[in-house]
Design a protein around this ligand. Sequence first.
Ligand SMILES: C[S@@+](CC[C@H](N)C(=O)[O-])C[C@H]1O[C@@H](n2cnc3c(N)ncnc32)[C@H](O)[C@@H]1O
Ligand code: SF4
Ligand code: SF4
Length: 393
Amino acid sequence: MNEITPTVKTETAASPACARAPVGLLAELTHRCPLQCPYCSNPLDLERSNVELSTADWQKVMREAAALGILQIHLSGGEPTARKDLEDIVQTAAEVGLYTNLITAGVLLTKERLARLAELGLDHVQLSIQDVDPANADRIAAYKGGAAKKREVARWVKELGLPLTVNAPIHRQNIKSMSKIIDYAVEVGAGRLEVAHIQYYAWALKNRAALMPTREDFMKTAEIVEAAKERLKGILVIDFVVPDYYAKYPKPCMGGWGRGIINVTPSGRVLPCHAAESLPGLTFDNVRDRALGDIWLNGDAFQKYRGTDWMKEPCRSCARKEIDFGGCRCQAFALTGDATNTDPACSLSPLHEEWAKVAEVESHREPPEFIYRRVGKSSAQGGGSDGSQTDNL
Ligand SMILES: C[S@@+](CC[C@H](N)C(=O)[O-])C[C@H]1O[C@@H](n2cnc3c(N)ncnc32)[C@H](O)[C@@H]1O
Ligand code: SF4
Ligand code: SF4
């Protein structure tokens, strides 16, 4: 059902390693965002508004995605609601039959706008929170009043009859709220809660020492989540993302390179994962120049680590190589200097022990101040340079 149709033009023979369409497309509509989360997964070098794709470009992406056999569109960013044309993009996505998921921090929404988006075909809202304690949440995001506004947005989502997922990135500065975060998700009527222990790349890697929880605190969250899963069966589904530093095996990053997800940046570059630009020697096609299906099948960046042929030992002869695909290429490169090495998150990597020690050491030290996510420059205090909350928009 999800096979790519023969109407996709190919410049070279398609790789037999992956003749399927991606299930989901992550559309990073903009890198603009009024919040400044110090763990943000957006690149350190944020794309500015003057390079962003136009409305017509994004509508073309939606049509090409549907033609390719993609089922779900994740409208993300930055803050996707910072785009004034979000309505046009949602409408086109719905018209071509895509399931639309809005991944949002919520603070820019009004009830009227959300209602209009629902009318135009928006299917699902994924709302992120920083903490249940409003003062701590606003400190983490460097945005006053954000936590209160998010509660309101969650209420509107439910009133409009849309399904709601709450996304809670977990780190040492909110980890003690784990139980209350689960209660919050139930209170606001979410059907799903993603307990996402921080993934340490981009801004999160810069702030790792301020964010890394201790192993003991991490283990407690695992226990709390397990118990809640049992207690809340039929009420709330909880997904639990384990931090790499405390795992035995790595996660199958992006479900395998060029295998299930395609990512389009604000300026239209097409990536196999949102951190792929950190890897040297890869060329990324742009949706302005080449059809999405052709990029997916034949683009250099997608072919590079697709399948398992590129693997070295110990992955090459490992029974798990089709389960976790050797982990994360970007993490392997960042920590070993070679993207074809086994991700050090794996206990079979020769570098694993040394790497895991970093977490033990950093998590027991006094946390340094946050370096907040800012366009152009980072800030140790947060807030706009003139104290405003709109510098990043
Ligand atoms: C990059 S944000 C963009 C959408 C929107 N601004 C928001 O925060 O909801 C997409 C999602 O990733 C989560 N996230 C961001 N950085 C992360 C990290 N380093 N590890 C885990 N989740 C992260 C956010 O909480 C959010 O749910
Ligand atoms: S700073 Fe926070 S709210 Fe903004 S894009 Fe990053 S994770 Fe989302
Ligand atoms: S050696 Fe490679 S394939 Fe095997 S578990 Fe580790 S990362 Fe996965």
